[in-house]
Design a protein around this ligand. Structure first.
Ligand SMILES: Cc1ncc(COP(=O)(O)O)c(C=O)c1O
Length: 402
């Protein structure tokens, strides 16, 4: 079928939730994808951070192949060996908590909201010993946490909420990196502070270490949960398994998805044991969550990151890419700032960036533009120097042709 034919099928039968380029992608390998006509693209925004190990990572493909011959799905009213193993691995490399598995970042955040509300139902330490139900969650301007009603309410961007009122109660949004604003927003009903350590959709905005340290202290003092959404920053993206490890600030709850399954859908919530145990049978569930197939993919991702020393590669290649982007900044005065961590980099422009994305795409490089003026560049953790050089050369030409 031709590109035109596929696009026509979409026009007729697919609900148009997405802005799409007139491009039909057909296959991928490593840092490259090919469209249906055979044109090759260097993918520096693979799967919106899903394909962290690149496209069709052989270890993940082999694991899925092997597991698919054994059993695809086991419902959660029985035990499955791989779910236990994956939970153990995630717990060991993070902060020693317990896991709940689902299928996406939104679902992981929805689970975190529900867990926070269960935590808020615990008897308060008030002298009368009465239950005072705490349910308010404070989140950040420009954050992104998902598209269900609760997670879009948690999200600090107006555009995702438009048309969906009435929204659920109990959410407050404050400016990011502003401790005073959080302090002022706390009430007797506050149960959690929810944030991305680096805002992705928001424009690669990095939390200040002092800010996170202060939030940690504030949460400890007031028995408020600190929840990190690491859906985009997790799984090695910033040069550590989890972004919070760069700051030395440990959350009570963390959510993961995107590259956790190397392209296979899986989301996870990890919570400190005493908090996690508030979720008892009947409080939450996911039919597909933590299937043996999804867990085999995620285990292969974790093993590959370790065996191939991909955290080291991420740091090294991240520095190299950042240096090359800084060179472009010196050349083009409309580049305002280069920022990020590891292989999660943003190029803030003084002008709209979508044209640059389109020019780069025509020349065979896939990147993204968020918040109108921030180019998001997130190559896979396996990226090589020569691929970075190639991407920079295309970006340079695209900027020059403006
Ligand atoms: C930080 C963050 N949280 C949550 C989500 C939602 O994840 P999903 O699209 O898998 O539901 C995203 C998606 O971009 C994200 O970047």
């Amino acid at each position: 079928m031709s590109s035109k034919g596929v696009i026509q099928l979409y026009r007729k039968f697919v609900i148009p939730c997405y802005k799409q380029y007139p491009l039909v992608m057909a296959r991928g390998k490593g840092a490259n994808v090919w469209d249906i006509k055979g044109k090759k693209y260097l993918d520096f925004f693979p799967g919106w951070a899903v394909s962290g190990l690149g496209h069709a990572p052989p270890e993940v493909v082999a694991a899925i192949k092997k597991q698919s011959k054994i059993i695809l799905h086991i419902p959660n009213n029985y035990y499955n060996r791989l779910q236990g193993k994956l939970a153990e691995r995630l717990s060991r490399i993070s902060f020693g908590g317990k896991c709940f598995f689902c299928n996406s970042g939104t679902e992981a955040n929805e689970a975190a909201i529900k867990l926070a509300r269960l935590y808020g139902g615990l008897p308060s330490s008030g002298r009368d010993g009465r239950k005072s139900h705490r349910y308010e969650i404070i989140s950040m301007e420009n954050s992104f946490h998902g598209r269900t009603l609760a997670t879009l309410t948690l999200t600090g961007q107006k555009k995702v909420k438009e048309g969906f009122a009435p929204l659920p109660e109990g959410f407050k949004i404050v400016p990011f990196n502003n401790l005073k604003a959080v302090q002022n927003a706390i009430t007797k009903k506050t149960v959690a502070i929810f944030l991305e350590p680096i805002q992705g959709e928001g424009g690669i905005n990095i939390a200040k270490r002092d800010y996170l340290l202060s939030l940690r202290r504030l949460c400890d003092r007031k028995k408020i949960l600190l929840i990190f959404d690491e859906v985009q920053t997790g799984m090695g993206r910033t040069g550590k398994f989890f972004c919070y490890q760069n700051f030395g600030v440990v959350p009570d709850v963390m959510t993961l998805a995107k590259s956790l399954g190397g392209g296979f859908p899986i989301g996870a919530l990890i919570a400190k044991k005493e908090i996690a145990d508030l979720m008892v049978p009947g409080t939450h569930a996911s039919t597909f969550g933590g299937s043996p197939l999804a867990c085999s993919a995620a285990l292969a991702v974790l093993e590959t990151i370790e065996r191939e020393h991909l955290l080291r590669n991420t740091k090294k290649m991240g520095k190299y890419l950042e240096k090359k982007l800084e060179n472009l900044k010196r050349k083009y005065p409309f580049i305002k700032e280069i920022r990020g961590m590891g292989l999660m980099l943003g190029v803030e422009l003084k002008i709209p960036g979508q044209k640059i994305v389109e020019k780069a795409l025509k020349k065979g490089l896939l990147i993204n533009c968020t918040q109108e003026k921030v180019l998001r560049i997130m190559p896979p953790l396996i990226v090589k120097k020569k691929e970075i050089d190639q991407a920079i050369s295309i970006l340079d030409k695209s900027l020059k042709s403006l």
